[in-house]
Design a protein around this ligand. Structure first.
Ligand code: PLP
Length: 468
């Protein structure tokens, strides 16, 4: 039995805590200063077992020692997503201020699921959400919540769509399996959401560039029979496909969705960040018709992991789908001075407890101003355009597609899939860059996704040069 008359040392600020606080802040300072950070690479499990061994012991260890173990041995076994030549998947490039403010979010440990407990944090998060929804042209009463990522955002949006579809049918569809119609370039998380929801997904054929337009959507819907059409609970369009960065015909798809009264969800996890860039804003025309949309600040809006802004045209519909009811929670929904205008983020997605994960993004927006976001976004787009020109100009490589946003898809002429993989492993091993092969139309290709304002044209040239 523990002795409750003695102070519980684990929850006690003492000299050791003070020393640790300084060491941690110092590390954070040095990490955000690194330009560039080392690229690093993953060790194997047996290497880590050998280098690090057992970290957790019954008697505990000195905090500084554990921190050093992380800094010297564990962190170097994690690839730096913010390295300017990390160009695989969708990288991230959090601003220094957003990362530093994450330390504040962590030390405050705010419960940001309800207005009652987290009003100030939720208020600030909502202003960051509003910046996005205003750029999209969503109505004044729209609103949303920050969830962990695009996968969580797509799932929560589609659950709300399913709620509305069943609600409108007044019980007639309560036992009917829902059907989601997704554009050809939709992300794997849409199919994953459907699996979780026990729904089916049908993908509309895309054109040669991977784009789906309103005509293709209409044609596809016309090919469904009456009972299939009844099962359609949502149409999903993609605002920036992950593999090639192409934006669907949002205007055309929105028209089709509206004509049959179906929920339109727009997945802009990667691409909708570019709403703030005038040079490509026209690609997103029609996004204002969405019933729900998402964009990940941890991808191209210069925020740290993990955050996805999920926005609903009519948040009340999301509340119907997501609000949890329990004896101990119902106080959050009752009337009262604070609760009358309550905005409970917990009610808008598949979650309850949540950290105020939108705050690092909010802080950076408030500090630097939205114009700095436009500038940084245009800078990444321009580097991508010049990178594509380098590919056009070189003899040993060629563009597979004309880039629309900031993804460059190209081939090394004459290479086999094995050669691509060997090259990719080699340049990661050398610490030059992280570029993994992808496929397009059955062909192994290379793909560079540029979201980091520190990525330079010279850096892209060194990658293209190493392919010769
Ligand atoms: C990355 C991505 C997702 C998934 O987002 P996570 O934050 O990784 O869960 C969904 N849709 C698109 C279009 C994406 O690019």
């Amino acid at each position: 039995m523990s002795d409750i008359s003695k102070p519980q040392l684990m929850h006690f600020y003492d000299e050791e805590s003070a020393e640790l606080a300084i060491a941690i802040v110092k590390y954070a300072m040095e990490r955000v200063k690194m330009d560039p950070p080392p690229l690093d690479k993953p060790y194997t499990l047996s290497e880590l077992q050998q280098i690090v061994g057992q970290t957790i012991k019954p008697e505990g260890r000195n905090g500084i020692d554990v921190l050093r173990e992380f800094v010297d041995e564990l962190a170097p076994s994690c690839i730096s997503v913010d390295h300017p030549l990390f160009l695989s998947f969708v990288p991230g490039a959090p601003t220094e201020s957003s990362v530093l403010f994450d330390l504040v979010v962590a030390s405050s440990n705010i419960y940001a699921g309800s207005w009652l407990e987290g009003a100030g944090a939720v208020y600030a998060e909502n202003q960051a959400i509003k910046w996005v929804s205003d750029m999209a042209g969503m109505p004044e009463e729209s609103g949303g919540v920050f969830v962990a990522g695009g996968t969580a955002g797509n799932l929560s949006a589609l659950i709300a769509a399913r709620w509305r579809w069943r609600h409108r049918a007044g019980g007639a569809l309560d036992r009917t399996r829902p059907l989601i119609i997704a554009s050809g370039g939709s992300h794997s998380s849409v199919e994953q959401a459907a699996k979780v929801m026990d729904a089916d997904v049908l993908k509309v054929p895309a054109d040669q560039r991977g784009r789906t337009d309103g005509v293709a959507m209409q044609r596809f819907l016309s090919s469904l029979n009456e009972s299939e059409l009844q099962r359609v609970c949502a149409i999903v369009a993609t605002a920036g496909t992950t593999n090639v960065g192409v934006v669907d015909d949002l205007e055309g798809i929105a028209k089709v969705a509206r004509a049959i009264g179906t929920w339109l969800h727009i997945d802009g996890a990667y691409g909708a960040a570019a709403l703030c860039a005038p040079s490509v804003r026209h690609l997103f025309n029609g996004i204002e018709h969405a019933d729900s949309m998402i964009v990940d600040p941890h991808k191209w809006l210069f925020g740290p992991y993990d955050s996805c802004a999920l926005i609903y045209r009519n948040p009340a519909e999301a509340r119907h789908a997501h609000t949890q009811h329990a004896e101990y929670l119902d106080v959050l929904q009752q009337d009262g001075e604070v609760r009358d205008e309550a905005w409970n983020p917990a009610d808008l997605a598949h979650h309850l407890s949540r950290r105020a994960r939108g705050l690092p993004f909010w802080f950076s927006l408030a500090m630097h101003g939205t114009e700095a976001y436009t500038e940084a976004m245009e800078a990444t787009l321009e580097v991508a355009r010049q990178g594509a020109q380098l590919v056009r100009d070189a003899k040993h490589v060629e563009l597979v597609l004309e880039p629309e946003l900031s993804v460059i898809v190209f081939r090394r002429i004459g290479w086999t899939p094995e050669q691509y993989q060997m090259w990719s492993d080699r340049i990661l091993g050398e610490g030059l860059a992280f570029v993994v092969p992808s496929t397009w139309d059955g062909e192994t290709v290379l793909r560079m996704c540029i979201v980091n304002p520190r990525t330079t044209v010279a850096g892209l040239a060194s990658i293209i040069g190493s392919l010769a």
